[in-house]
Design a protein around this ligand. Structure first.
Ligand SMILES: *Cc1c(COP(=O)(O)O)cnc(C)c1O
Length: 398
């Protein structure tokens, strides 16, 4: 056994999260490093979904809105996500896509920011949908959209800034941005901070309440393993909820939805972020998927995530010919999310060969190999194998 393979075995033996892998449907001969795009399937999900479809829908039918807890699922599941992002109960509602929740959050933030504030700052390197939606939110609210690099946000803030929309972890490079400092800077300028947690929730501590984040959104199909297209979530800090004025005030957020009244009067609390009828099948698949977090501390997940990415970078240095790849992911722990992005010539072709060899990452245009490390089901042996196969593939030994 090579030195790195024995080191991997040693690290796996000391890994207290190792047993979690058995809770996921994964073949032994596949290294799945794409959980930052679509999380793996928890084995408990198919049975639960079957029960929802056959019994709750098939037999109880309309009664399930009450008896199976369908109606209250958005808030109930929001409370399950809350501890994973450092929020007390009653501040998160699940539903709609991330894109739609970005829209609700940014428009509501501008409406809360008050008169004279007519500028929205957006992460210039953002996942595109956030930028598109923020642009539309700016037009609708008569604001100006200013794309800025996250590091330049403090200097760009002014008494005209209404809101700042930032990604906690950059989807492309894996860079972790300083949520506490950037939130504090926004507040000092009198602006609201809106965070997109798509690439951090379920991978590292977020601390929404602790750091006074105003509004946040995130998806549930990446590190939270909710399944393809599973609903996203919206966090509205408790002391903003009374002033949260949704741009999509659907009947599900009405104080009395079954009163069928012509006038809109918002409900209290997080459910003010609801819009229309929730997508129950997806939502209850997500609820089942969240069972894997029982007894798991986010700090333990973060510690393992950093150990995995450290070890991957060490193995890449050992196995990949020098100069063939270049890491775009910061080496400093406080700046690293849970993925490693490697710039590489022919990245698209290389990733195809990796997938054929059972190492599944993804390719981001034009030249990035992206590897996501999900501590609940990726082990150190997987990491060693992925780097070894990468070394073979880029050397033409396939
Ligand atoms: C994955 C991701 C999205 C996805 O948006 P959807 O509306 O769920 O498709 C949005 N923003 C960021 C930062 C993401 O990483």
């Amino acid at each position: 056994m090579s030195e790195l393979a024995s080191k991997a075995a040693e690290l796996d033996a000391g890994d207290r999260l190792a047993a979690k892998r058995a809770e996921f449907a994964l073949e032994d001969d596949v290294v799945y490093l794409d959980g930052n795009s679509l999380g793996a399937l928890p084995v408990s999900v198919p049975g639960r979904v079957e029960d929802v479809v056959r019994r709750q829908w098939g037999e109880l039918r309309i009664r399930s809105w009450e008896e199976s807890g369908w109606w209250t699922a958005p808030e109930r599941i929001g409370d399950r996500i809350a501890p994973l992002v450092g929020a007390d109960a009653g501040q998160i509602v699940v539903g709609d896509s991330t894109s739609v929740n970005v829209f609700k959050a940014v428009v509501a933030a501008v409406r809360m920011a008050g008169d004279g504030r007519d500028e929205i700052l957006v992460d210039a390197t953002t996942f595109p949908t956030d930028g598109y939606i923020a642009g539309s939110a700016a037009r609708l609210t008569g604001s100006r959209l200013r794309p800025v690099a996250p590091a330049d946000v403090p200097a760009a803030l002014s008494d005209r800034t209404a809101a700042v929309l930032l990604n906690h972890v950059d989807y492309r490079t894996g860079r972790l941005h300083d949520l506490p400092a950037l939130t504090a800077a926004a507040h000092t300028a009198g602006a609201l901070a809106v965070w997109d947690l798509c690439h951090s929730a379920g991978a590292l501590p977020v601390g929404l309440d602790e750091h006074g984040v105003d509004l946040a959104v995130g998806c549930t199909y990446k590190y939270l393993n909710g399944g393809p297209g599973s609903p996203a979530y919206l966090y509205v800090r408790r002391d903003h909820q009374d002033r949260f004025d949704s741009p999509l005030p659907g009947w599900n957020s009405h104080v009395e939805p079954f009163g069928m009244r012509p006038g809109y009067e918002p409900a209290a609390g997080a459910l003010r972020g609801r819009v229309g009828t929730p997508d129950i099948l997806s939502m209850l698949a997500l609820e089942a998927a969240l069972d894997v977090w029982q007894g798991v501390s986010v700090d333990a997940v973060r510690a393992k995530s950093l150990a995995l990415t450290d070890f991957f970078l060490e193995c890449v240095t050992a196995y990949v010919p020098q100069g063939r790849v270049e890491s775009l992911t910061p080496s400093a722990h406080p700046e690293r999310g849970s993925q490693v992005a490697l710039r590489c010539d022919d990245a698209g072709k290389i990733m195809k060969h990796l997938v054929e060899r059972g190492v599944v990452g993804d390719f981001r245009h034009p030249d990035v190999l992206r590897f996501g490390f999900t501590p609940l089901y990726v082990g150190f042996g997987d990491v060693e194998r992925a780097a070894r196969v990468l070394g073979e593939v880029v050397s033409g030994r396939m």
